[in-house]
Structure formats: structure tokens, C-alpha cells
Design a protein around this ligand. Sequence first.
Ligand code: NOJ
Length: 961
Amino acid sequence: MGLRSPWTTLLIALGMLMCLVMPGASVKEHDFKKCDQSGFCKRNRAYADKATAESSRWQSPYNIQPASVSFKDGQLHAVIQKTTNAKGDTVNLPITVSFLKSGNARVTVDEERRQKQDIELRHDSKIRKERYNEADKWVLVGGLDLDKDARVSHQDETQTNVQYGKEGNLEAAIKYSPLEIDFRRDGASHIRFNDRGFLNMEHWRPKIDKEEGQEEKDGEDESTWWDETFGGNTDSKPRGPESIALDISFLGYEHVFGIPEHTGSLSLKQTRGGGDNHNEPYRMYNSDVFEYVLDSPMTLYGSIPFMQAHKKDSTVGVFWLNAAETWVDIVKSKAASNPLTLGKAEKTNTETHWISESGLLDVFVFLGPTPQDLTRTYGELTGYSAMPQEFAIGYHQCRWNYISDDDVKDVDRKMDKFKIPYDVIWLDIEYLDDRKYFTWDPHSFTDPTGMGKQLEDHSRQLVIIIDPHIKKLDGYPIYDQLSSQDLAVYDKEGKVYEGWCWPGSSNWIDCFNPKAIEWWKTLYKYDKFAGTAENTFIWNDMNEPSVFNGPETTMPKDNIHFGQWEHRDIHNINGLTFHNATFEALKTRKKGELRRPFVLTRSFYSGSQRLGAMWTGDNQATWEHLAASIPMVLNQGISGFPFAGADVGGFFGNPSKDLMARWYQAGAFYPFYRGHAHIDSRRREPYLLGEPYTGILTQALRLRYALLPSWYTAFFQANRDGSPIVRPMYWTHPSEEAGFAIDDQLFVGSTGILAKPIVEENKFSTDMWIPDDEVYYDYTTYNVVSTQKSKRVTIAAAIDQIPMLMRGGHVFARRDIPRRSALAMKYDDYTLVVSVSKDGVAAGELYTDDGDTFEHEKGQYIYRKFSLTEDSMSSVDAEGRNAKSVKAGAWLKAQNRVHVDKIIVVGATEAWNKKEVEIDSEGKTWAVQVDYHAAAKGQAAYAVVGRVGAKIGSDWSIKLA
Ligand code: NOJ
């Protein structure tokens, strides 16, 4: 507590306690900064306002020095001179524009003086003098190969144009005076930097004490340059102002998506007021926002500064790689239409303004043209989402808290008794002895090993929570080691930082320090962490980090991390570094054991997708929060971190039974499917609801479990190329304008399953938007519900029904025998569902592997492509691999016992109207019965073929003609 008196400490502690015991308290918006309370945001908005007001008179003071421009091996180097005052003084800002093989471009701007450490720090600070330049080290994993074929296509004393991209159809026009970069595809401008002249890089300057009232006289408002106070905390800002800001225009684009985590529509709103618009910029400053508000640009727990702009048949985007507090303003303007194209509708431009507190200006530019190009090449840079532990895509049963090991065992038994499938039971902070991580409460968790064993016997897992704050208590070995090995975060005075969190007074592990990661790894070894076993996995919470008595419930920005970087510089990747340490620790629990970790994180940044799953934090048991979860989960998907879900049932409060039913149905479509509840909420395990609700929840869970093979395949696709696991309409149908703003329905992977969970009370039917002219069948009745695009079809949705359609033309896999867990289904046979297109064809895929190790990276997987043509149905290796090219390990060998059991052909043509079909596989043929049902009363014709008996990993075919 440093210099605080004991009374202040007591008051803070009481305040904390009040917050914790007041279940009804909601987020106090005024506890978090608005733009005009955040000095750099306010300054940059004012700068933008000035530029806008002065319009054509406004002269951006950033100019490239023509003589400084050089181009070599796919990179342009130059120096921007910023004119800093009326006298014409300038500062140098080196700029590099890199053209990458992927077709992306990267623009990086630094500040020469800080680069050379030629600045003075205030308050005798010992921090680094440079702008933070290590974000890429944590975030980027590839995609940086330079496009050596990029070439200067035009150059004169005013600009350089570079032609780049695989097809040479991309161009960056870098204009010198004032600096402006125009990114073009096929000759047309799509993205423009500094179009509106908002580029602002606050250069270093010494603090010159002025008399009161003098600050503004010299032209610039210095009132927020230096020490800044908010909510009783003063930020000492030893480097003074150093923000960076840039306006990025998306020309002709009406929709922008991305920059999670926020609540609200997937298509981002304007932020400069008016109508239904927000009044504040979207903020990214990872925070523990207790009971967050909906439809808000307010920051939440994680940040991904990746934005996609979309218009008919074109998607482009930017990735703003900066780990400091960031704000994004969005406005849309009608571009003056070309007078020659009389009568044509005006074009809308979306103009954005990005503002970060510190660090480099480092922006990637994506020119598409498809949404798939964006998600793929963004994944190339930041990594694709990890292949999950297979159990992790089943259902997770959590609450704060299961109170004892007996309680856990009891819930586990009851789930079985009621035949409710689940894979994982979770322990929140009450399992700990006095909130000390790596311990068990000696009274209520006396036999964690026995508890884990029962779960293991039932093919289930345990997840326990471990947070980054370490209780400050002499004699607690973890604390003693943290202190003696000097692995904690420091305060601005160079003392170990002390704050309040669950355990009371705590220190925070600094996972930017490689030694801290090494130490963290030692703590998870099975023989060190008694009570854990192979089926124990981890939940990382509070890693924004949450500090109850810190400014905006987090660490002071002038805290100091490993490498002498200020917390200000790295705040938004702090959560990722902790998640990463735990991920690494789980990989090394036992020598020779190489299994995929499962770690859930609350805080995240670009790149976190490589490490595990996320959830959307402390939502509420209300219909509005249920509705809000769908666009949030979709947004995670298009932003490269698709393993996402919201607390099913709602964290705070007590959901009605109808709300529970609808939430379990919606949750069946979250990639991460976990029920969770606050400590003060009533117990709500699915079996407690009573019929018909227990049955309804079980049905939703079974639907999820039956479709696990398809979910796993969707996870594989995400891992391969960044495809979202659940997909919004603009991503699957980028030409259909009517679907761009739709964010309440989704496709599951490439299955063609289109679902629209009901998220409103007393709503028993819904309209679904149909994106194309394909045939759509109802998932359960096989009724043909649509054959025409853009038609809103009304789908019945009684409380036990989920509006769910199958798009014609797909094949997806299911496992139809209900079992207790995903692991228990591992060797079950498959059902293939074929939804026949209007043209009588279909195709689909199945990916499967051991769901546990990294053996798949050595070819130990099965990846099939199924096709239905007019005259045959077949399964072949999706990559054309020869079955003998891989030496089968244990899992692959065991797949010889796994078969295709049934094929259900929905929309079956006359070719299926027969008693039996012949299967041909591995040189043998055999007959299989067909049960054909002719079309009747709106229901499509369908055929059930079975038992097929072909091995899932083998080629097989059925001749129809
Ligand atoms: C905050 C998390 O968001 C919540 O899910 C958890 O139950 C509590 N911390 C207690 O650990």
C-alpha cells in the first residue's frame, strides 16, 4: 500500500467488500473513462475536430522528405518530417512500408529521438525511453515474408507508387506532402491513410513549467500532457505525451466489423453522435467491467484491433498492432458521387480514426477481396486458433462455486442419473485454501485426487481457476518464490507493486519476464501440484489484470514490467502473456507427455487464439444479455479468435426457466459452451429445473453432442485457414447486401446448418433471412422451407424448438448415440447427413484426430471429403493422401473399428428410390438397405441408408445410376 495510511487501506478494503457482497450492483460507467477523461483521446479528438472545421485550409504537418525515400526488397524506407510549430521546427519520424508476400502491407512509423533514447524522463524514472516496440514479438507468428517482386511503378518528387500482390494488382500510392497513403486494388482506391489529416504522433518534448493559465496561449493545450488524475489515482507519465493517431478511410464501404470486445451490433455503429449512433469512440483497454452494459462502445475484457470493411463483393481491412489503450471513432459519410454517373446512388465511405496512447504506429493493410482472404491472412500473421482438446467442445458445467469435492461428485452423478451429457466440471476460487493458488481448501476439498478419479472414470475433466494475483503472505511458498526470484510487476517507484484482489493484498506475476514463465511451468507439474492429474485443466481469470483498488479496476499505467516497459505500453497484451505462461506450463506437466493444453482466458489480444478459449465475462441472466451474446460470439469468429462463448444462463441473477431453455439452445451454437453462475445465484444445474425444462436443456445438449464431429471439423477449418467456426451472413454470402447487417443467425462451419436461436421472451416463431436461391430444409422435419433468396421465412419455435435449417448441397457428420461425454463417443460410428441441392448434388467434409495430442501434426488424422453427384455418393481422402503413406499410430489403427453407420439423404432424388444400394470399399462390395420416403405435404423426399458399414477412414462409393 506504499504511503497509504492504515485508515485509507481499511476504507479501500471495506469498499472492495461492499462491491463483492452487493449482487445487484452494476457497472458504474463513470468508473471507466470516457474519451474526454483520457487526455490523449481528448487531444486527438480535438485535433480531428480542428482539421475537420478548417477543412480545405487544414494542412497536415507530416511530410515525407523526398530525398529520404528508398525502396529495396519489398520495403520502402523514408523519413517523415513533422513540423512542430509556427517557426517551422521539425522532428523526424522514420517510416517503413513493407509489402508482404501474403498481399498485405505494413506501415510502421517510429520517432527518431525516442528511438535514439535522446529524451529525458521525468520523476527520475528508470523506464525505457523508446516507444514500445515489442508488441509484434508477442502477437505475430508469420506472414512477414517480404514480397520481393513488389516494385516501384511510378515515382516523382511528390509521390512513390509501389505495385505489389500475388497478381500485381495492388498498389500503394505514397504521397509526400502532406503524407497520405492510398491503397488500391485493380486501380480503385479502397483504403486511405491520413485522408482527413488526423495523423498525429505526439513527439517528445521537455516539460517547461508555465504559469497558470499560460498553457493554452502558446497554441497547444498542454493541460493533459503531464500527470493525469482519474478516480483518485494520478498517472505520473514520465515520458509525457506520446500518443499516435491516424485516420483510415474505407472508400465506398458502408459496413465495418471487428475490433472486439464490445457489446452491440456486429456492424459497428458511428461514434460521433446523432440518431442511434454512439457518442463515444469504441474503446480498447482490457478491463474487468463488472456487469457490463449493452449496446455500448465501452471497453470490455479483451481487445483485437482488427477491423474489416465490407461492401458488395469486396472486403478490406486493417490491423492496428498496438498494445496501449486505444480508441476508434467511426463516421460514415456520403461521398460526392461522380457527376458523370448521373442517377447512381451516392457511395458511403466509412471513416475511422484510431488513437493509441503510446508505442509505434504499426498498421497492416488487407485488400481482400474476400472475407476469407482477410481471416486467412490475418491468421497467417497472428496465428490460427489452436486445435482444441476434443472434450473442450462439449458442454462445461460451471458455477461459482461447487463447494466441496463431494458436491462435485454429486453433480457428476446427477448429470448421469438424468442422462445429461457434459464433459467438464469447473471449480471457481472457493476451492482454494484462503485464495492461495496451487492449494486446496483443507476442509471442503480434502480429496481432490479421488474427485478427479471419479471424473476420469466417467470420461470427464476438471477445470480449476488460477489467476495472476498472488497472495502476499510470508510462508506461502508461491509468494515466497515470486518474491525471492524477483518475478513480480513493479510500481513506478521500483517497489514490487501491491494491490487488492480476491486474496486481499497481492503481487502480480509478470509474464513478460521469460524467467516468470519458466517458474510458472514448474508449478503445474503433476508431482508438484498435488491433487491435479491428466484430466485437470486451467481457467485464467482476472488477467486484464483486474485490481480492485487500481485505477479503472486495473494496474496503474506507470507500473513497470520486465524490460523496463511501462504498463501503459503493454496493457492490452498483459492478459495474453499470462494465458501464454499457463499454456506453456500445461505443455510441460510431465516429461514426455505432449498433450494439447486447455486454458480458458478472460482477457485477450490478437494471438490469444493460439492458446485456448475465451468467454465474454460477467453477463447477466436477462434476455437482453442472451441476445447480445450472438453478435459478440460472431465478432470473435471473424476476428480470428473463434473459440468463444458467453456464460450460459447468465452470470448475475436468476434466469427464468424459459430463459434457461433458450440459453442452452443458443449455447449449443457457441463454439465454447459453458453454463456458469455467480456465487449469489441459485443453483441451476440442468437437472434441477424439472420437466419439461430438464428435458429441453438435455435435448439442446444432445443436439450439440450429436453434431460434435461437425463442430470439430469446423475447429479444424479455423485452425487451417482462420475460417470462423460460426459464420455471419456477410462472411458466407459477401454479395448479398441484405445480409450484411444481420447478426442474429449463423452458419455452423461449412455444414450448411443455418441456425437462429430464439433470444426473446415469449417468442415462439421467428423470421429467418435466406441468403441464396438454394433449397433450405428444416433440420428436424425435412420440410422444404425455402427455395428463394432473401425471402424471410417464418419458422415455428415452440420452447423446445430451435430454428435450424439445412442448406441444400452439404454433407455433414453426426454421432447419433447419446452418451455421457464427448470422450465416451470417441469410437462411435458416424451418421452422414446429406442435404441435396437443387441441382441434386452435395459435398462436405469430416476431420477427426485423437483430439488430445499433437500426433495430428505428424499425419495421424482422418480427413474425408464426401460427394454426392447425380449418379454416385463417395468418400475420398480430402487431400488425396494415400492411406499407406502414414504409418498408423494407436488412434489411427483404432479407427478401423469406426464406420459410417447411416446415411440420411434429405431431398433424395428418385435415384435413391430403391430397396438397396451397393457399397464398394477396399475391393469389396456389399448391399445396404435403403428406406426411401417420397416427398409429402411440404416434406422433402428422404432416404435412410444403413447400416453402411464402410470404415470411416477408407474410400468408399455407392453407385446410384
Ligand atoms: C470473475 C469472472 O468473470 C467470473 O466468471 C468468476 O466466477 C469470478 N471472477 C470469480 O472467480
